[in-house]
Design a protein around this ligand. Structure first.
Ligand code: ADP
Length: 356
C-alpha cells in the first residue's frame, strides 16, 4: 500500500477518476436525452462542420433527405442534396429559407434553412412543407381566378358607363354620379389587374428571365408620362446611360413605375422627386427620393404588405390600390434584389433597390 507522498497522489487520482466517471455518466445521460428528444422531432436537424460535411443528423433528417446513418456521416451536404440554392446558402449564409424537392420523392417539397453558429459550423433544419405549399397554391389560384372572373363583367359595365357618359341627351343631374361610377369602375379594374400581377409574381418560381433591359430608356419614358400631369411634382433623373440590367422587362417596369408613381402621389406639387440609376458596389442601384409626406417609423415594417396603407383615404384618392409595394417586393426578389426604405414624416422618403 503506498504511503507518504504517493498515498496523497493516489487519493487525488482516485478523486479525479471517480469525478471523470461521474461526468461521463452525466454526459451519457445528457446525450441519450438529446438523442431521444431530437429523435422524436418532426423537423430534420443536421450538424455540419466548416466544410459543410455532415457530423450528425436526427432520424427525421435521414427520412426527409434520404441520408444513410451508416454511410453519409462525413459527406458534404451539397453532394447528397443537389440544389444550387443550397450551395448558395452554404457559401453566403444569408439565413434564407429555401425550398427543395425531396431527394427520394420529387412530389414532396421541403423547406431548408442553414443556421451558422460558432467555429463556422452550421445547423441545417429541414421540414416537409408539401401540404403548406399546396394550400398556398390553392389560395393564389383562388385569388387569381376570382380576379379573372370579375374582369369580364367589369369590362361590360365600364363599356356601358363610357357610352352613357358620352351620350348627348344625358341629363345634367346624371353627369356627376356617372362620372363617379366610372372612376370607381376604373379603380376596380386597377385593383384586379394589380391582384392578377401579384398572384402571377407570387406563383412564378425562381429567378426572373434574364434579358438585357435598357433601364435608362425605360425611366425616361416613365418620366415623360408623369411630366404631362400638372398635379404631380417635378421629376429629376440622374441616369448612368448605357447601364443595362439583366432581368424581365415587364417586371422591372412594374418596380420602377410603382416606386415613382408612389413618390409623386405622396409628394405635394411643389416638392421634388429625384430618380437615380447608377453603378454601386459591383452592382447597380436604383433610388427614388422624394420630399413628400414621409412614412411614420411604426408603419415602415408593414408597408410592403398587401393592402397596407398609412392613410387609406389618401391612397384611394390618388388612385392607389394598396398593392404597389407588394408587387415591387416580389418582382425584386425575382431579381436577387431587396427594397430598402428610409423615411421621415414631413421630410420625405427614399426607396433603394440594389442589384447584383
Ligand atoms: P398604394 O396604392 O396605397 O400606394 P403601395 O403598396 O404602393 O399602395 O404603398 C403602400 C403605402 O405605403 C401607401 O398607401 C402609403 O401610405 C405608403 N407609401 C408608399 N410610398 C410612399 C412614399 N413615397 N411616400 C409616403 N408614403 C408612401
Amino acid at each position: 500500500k503506498p504511503s507518504g507522498l504517493w498515498s496523497g497522489i493516489f487519493s487525488r487520482a482516485d478523486v479525479v477518476v471517480s469525478s471523470a466517471r461521474r461526468y461521463k455518466s452525466q454526459y451519457r445521460r445528457l446525450l441519450t436525452g438529446v438523442n431521444e428528444s431530437t429523435g422524436s422531432l418532426e423537423d430534420g436537424v443536421a450538424i455540419l462542420n466548416s466544410k459543410h460535411e455532415i457530423i450528425w443528423f436526427n432520424p427525421a433528417a435521414s427520412r426527409l433527405l434520404a441520408l444513410d446513418p451508416a454511410g453519409d456521416i462525413g459527406q458534404r451536404l451539397d453532394n447528397l442534396v443537389r440544389s444550387p440554392d443550397l450551395v448558395r446558402e452554404l457559401t453566403d449564409s444569408r439565413g434564407d429559407t429555401i425550398t427543395i424537392l425531396a431527394p427520394q420523392d420529387q412530389a414532396r417539397q421541403l423547406s431548408l434553412r442553414i443556421i451558422p453558429y460558432e467555429d463556422r459550423q452550421s445547423l441545417a433544419i429541414v421540414r416537409d412543407v408539401t401540404h403548406q405549399m399546396k394550400l398556398e397554391r390553392m389560395r393564389r389560384d383562388f385569388v387569381a381566378n376570382a380576379s379573372h372572373e370579375l374582369r369580364s363583367p367589369l369590362t361590360v359595365i365600364s363599356g356601358y358607363l363610357d357610352a352613357l357618359a358620352d351620350a348627348d341627351d344625358l341629363p345634367d343631374s346624371w353627369k356627376v354620379p356617372i362620372g363617379e361610377t366610372q372612376r370607381q369602375a376604373e379603380r376596380m379594374t386597377r385593383i384586379l389587374s394589380d391582384l392578377l400581377e401579384l398572384m402571377r409574381l407570387e406563383s412564378a418560381e425562381g429567378r426572373a428571365e434574364a434579358s438585357p433591359v435598357d433601364v435608362c430608356a425605360m425611366l425616361e419614358l416613365i418620366e415623360k408620362e408623369f411630366a404631362v400631369r400638372p398635379q404631380f411634382p417635378r421629376l429629376s433623373l440622374d441616369l448612368d446611360a448605357g447601364l443595362l440590367l439583366l432581368g424581365s422587362e415587364s417586371e422591372l417596369h412594374s418596380v420602377f413605375y410603382n416606386l415613382i408613381n408612389n413618390a409623386v402621389r405622396f409628394t405635394p406639387p411643389d416638392g421634388k422627386v429625384h430618380v437615380c440609376w447608377e453603378v454601386e458596389n459591383d452592382g447597380a442601384i436604383f433610388v427614388v427620393e422624394d420630399t413628400g409626406i414621409g412614412i411614420p417609423e411604426e408603419d415602415l415594417p408593414r408597408i410592403t404588405e398587401r393592402f397596407y396603407r398609412v392613410d387609406r383615404g389618401r391612397s384611394r384618392d390618388t388612385g392607389g390600390t394598396g398593392l404597389g409595394l407588394a408587387i415591387v417586393k416580389h418582382a425584386l426578389q425575382r431579381h436577387d434584389s431587396t427594397l430598402a426604405i428610409e423615411s421621415r414624416v414631413g421630410q420625405g422618403s427614399a426607396f433603394r433597390c440594389q442589384f447584383p
